[in-house]
Design a protein around this ligand. Sequence first.
Ligand SMILES: Nc1ncnc2c1ncn2[C@@H]1O[C@H](COP(=O)(O)OP(=O)(O)O)[C@@H](O)[C@H]1O
Ligand SMILES: [Mg+2]
Length: 134
Amino acid sequence: MNETLSSVPIRKEWDIVGARQTGRNWAKDLGFGSVDQARIATAISELARNIYLYAKVGEINFERLDSVPSIGLKITARDQGPGIKEVSKVMKDGYSTSGGLGAGLPGVKRLMDEFDIESTDAGTVVTVIKWTRI
Ligand SMILES: Nc1ncnc2c1ncn2[C@@H]1O[C@H](COP(=O)(O)OP(=O)(O)O)[C@@H](O)[C@H]1O
Ligand SMILES: [Mg+2]
């Protein structure tokens, strides 16, 4: 079962902070512990910052997944920006230019349980899921 929770537009730098906070709140609501809340928040920051930096505008969607006995938080970062030319290169460690806390997209993959990226010249969609521990 999938339930849409909310959607946060990313248009200005401050929206990154808002998306991060919204994601942390949903994670808390769904029963994630504080360590997972922090992991989820860091992943969202990285995805939102990528939208802001490289695509300018986009959105972050939050969904709840029910797969008894686990609950999942599914996060979809979507934009219509220029896309990523070499996704396989970007997914190798050491490519990230920012060197920030999130350590780029490979860092996002490590922080979450599931990771998927679809990128064309029409835009990028990154989908990640975290499952509650049972
Ligand atoms: N949403 C996006 N749209 C277009 N290009 C992107 C997007 N996200 C990432 N990229 C490209 O992929 C590269 C790697 O991204 P990332 O792993 O987050 O590292 P960093 O942002 O630190 O460079 C970026 O430098 C950028 O060229
Ligand atoms: Mg980045």
